[in-house]
Each structure stands twice: as structure tokens, then as C-alpha cells.
Ligand binder design. Structure first.
Ligand code: NAP
Length: 288
């Protein structure tokens, strides 16, 4: 298939690579060209603008920071109007409920078939083609999207009409963000009470309290290894999106959002989400 990927950041670049490996004809575009050009060596056509990128596409996949970025690229720059007849727009960025509704409406106005399909999984699953796709949209588009989803993910869950994928993604993010903050605080408590944080990971390993995510992020927190897989600033955005969408008091997630804001204010926005722990350890211990 002729697939265009708009946005070749951490996730989009990995998706484009897996689409190429699966034998699709892939065109890529990125605002900062330096993140797109390396894909030429792997067989992608690197376009100079979104308008150029979508020429001839059967599927266009957007993987940009947030709803505002997607709207800018697809609507403000006139890209939607330039999509070839019948081309499907797969919107995979995490944009939240309100922006998803807006993007779906823009697609409808332009007569473009729209699939809302955010993904669960971070850099490594994206590189291995093992994302979980939370797809939603018209049933008749499922077959059309399958070759794309099969290339970038290991599981596709069709969860309802467009918008449902975004809502389910927020549910998954609530869990991820709470887990991450839980790990960060638990390791901080262990240190404060005179233990090595490694002892916590050893103690939970293989038992009912264990989780692969706790081991993965916990190890990164201990090693201070914050090469971004899931940039902290995007996690902060996602916490806000969950809070806005849930429209109820969520004290735990509100605290998580504050933790992330604090870590971002300390300069960890571009670091991995695991750097949440730095926001905790930078806070001096209470004297009492
Ligand atoms: P990233 O590496 O920061 O990439 C963001 C992309 O958006 C870049 O291509 C960036 O272009 C582009 N962009 C931002 N603002 C733009 C604008 N106004 N106009 C045009 N392009 C713009 O982030 P990522 O981790 O790949 O995340 C992409 C999306 O996937 C986000 O919605 C994120 O929440 C979601 N997601 C991420 C993960 C993860 O673990 N990383 C997992 C699931 C979902 P430049 O390169 O020019 O800045």
C-alpha cells in the first residue's frame, strides 16, 4: 500500500520503519527535516511538505504531539483537502476527546474517511512493531487499515465508532501514569527508609505485586537513565487529557499531573517519564 506518515518523532519514525519492512511504499514528512531524512536510506520517500507527502497516498497516518499540531498540519496547511479520493486518514497521536471530535468533524467536512487509532506501547514496542492499536471508526474501513496496523502493531482492538479509541487510550494512560508515579514514590520511600531501591524490585520480582512496567521503569529510575521513550512532557499532556475527559474528581491523577508538572519545571520535559523520580528526590526531606 502507499502509506504516508506525517510526523517522524520517536513513535512515527518507528512506525514508518515497520511499514517499510512490511513492504509498503512509504512517504514520510516531519516538521524538522533532520528526523525524517534518515528514513530515506531505508527506502522511504522523504517529502518536503505535508501537501507533497500525501500525493498518491492510500492511507495517511498522523503521529504528532497533540491535537493542535495535528490540526495545524492537516487543516491549516490544507492537507486534508489534498488527500486523494478514498484515502483513509488514520489519526494515531494522543489528542484527547475534544480534539478527536474536532478532527473527526474536519475529516467529515472534507469527505475524508477517518479512523481514530491511538496506540498503546512506547519506543521499544513501536520499534519492534508490537504496539497495541486502539482503533475506532467505520467497520467498512477495518479491512483497509489492517495491513497498516499489522505492520506497526501486534494487537489491534476495534473498540467502537471514531472517538472510542481515544477514550480507551486515556483509560490505558491513566493506568500507565499511576503505575509510573507509584514506582517512583515507592523507590523514594525505600531510599528514605534506608534501603536500596534495587531491593524493592528484587522483592516484588515474579510475585503478585510485580509488573514488567515496574521492573522496566524502576531500573531506569535507579540507573538515572532518562533517554526518552515516552517524553515526560507528553505524559504531562496525557494526564491533563485524562482529567479533562473524565470530568470528575480524580485525586490520584491530579497528584500525578502535579508531579509531572514539577519534574517538567525542573527541566525534565524532554527526558523519559521515568525522570518523574527526579522531581521527588530533588525535594528535600522533611525535618520532623
Ligand atoms: P515526539 O518524538 O516528540 O514527536 C512529536 C512529533 O510531532 C514530531 O514529529 C514533531 O515535529 C511533531 N510536531 C509537534 N508539533 C508540531 C507542529 N505544530 N507541526 C508539525 N509537527 C509538529 O513524540 P512521540 O513520542 O513520537 O509522540 C507522538 C504522539 O504519540 C504523541 O501524541 C504521544 O502522546 C503519542 N504516544 C507516544 C508514546 C511514547 O511512548 N512515546 C506512546 C503512545 C503514544 P518536530 O520533530 O519538528 O518537533
Amino acid at each position: 500500500m502507499r502509506v504516508t506518515v506525517l510526523g517522524t518523532g520517536i513513535m512515527g519514525a518507528a512506525m514508518a520503519r515497520n511499514l517499510l519492512r512490511a513492504g509498503h511504499e512509504v512517504t514520510v514528512w516531519n516538521r524538522s527535516a533532520r528526523r525524517a531524512t534518515p528514513l530515506a536510506e531505508e527506502g522511504a520517500r522523504v517529502a518536503g511538505s505535508p501537501l507533497d507527502a500525501v500525493a498518491g497516498a492510500e492511507v495517511v497516518l498522523t503521529m504528532l504531539t497533540d491535537g493542535a499540531a495535528v490540526e495545524e498540519v492537516m487543516a491549516d496547511e490544507g492537507t486534508l483537502g489534498a488527500l486523494p479520493e478514498g484515502c483513509v486518514w488514520i489519526q494515531a497521536s494522543t489528542v484527547g476527546v475534544d480534539a478527536c471530535e474536532r478532527l473527526a468533524a474536519l475529516a467529515e467536512e472534507a469527505g475524508v474517511p477517518f479512523v481514530d487509532a491511538p496506540v498503546s506501547g512506547t519506543r521499544q514496542p513501536a520499534e519492534k512493531g508490537e504496539l497495541m492499536i486502539l482503533a475506532s471508526g467505520p467497520e467498512e474501513l477495518q479491512e483497509r487499515c489492517a495491513p497498516v496496523f499489522d505492520a506497526i502493531g501486534s494487537t489491534t482492538r476495534w473498540v467502537g465508532p471514531a472517538g472510542a479509541g481515544t477514550r480507551f487510550k486515556l483509560v490505558m494512560n491513566a493506568w500507565v501514569l499511576i503505575l509510573n508515579s507509584g514506582i517512583a514514590e515507592t523507590l523514594t520511600v525505600a531510599r528514605g527508609l534506608g534501603f536500596l531501591p534495587e531491593q524493592v524490585l528484587e522483592a516484588i520480582a515474579g510475585g503478585p505485586l510485580d509488573s514488567a512496567y515496574a521492573q522496566l521503569k524502576g531500573r531506569l529510575m535507579i540507573e538515572g537513565e532518562f533517554e526518552p521513550s515516552f517524553p515526560l512532557k507528553h505524559a504531562r499532556k496525557d494526564a491533563q487529557l485524562v482529567l479533562e475527559a473524565a470530568r470528575r474528581e480524580l485525586p490520584l491523577l491530579e497528584a500525578v499531573a502535579e508531579q509531572l508538572e514539577h519534574a517538567e519545571a525542573l527541566g525534565y520535559g524532554d527526558a523519559d517519564l521515568a525522570a518523574t523520580i527526579r522531581g521527588l528526590t530533588d525535594v528535600p526531606a522533611r525535618a520532623d
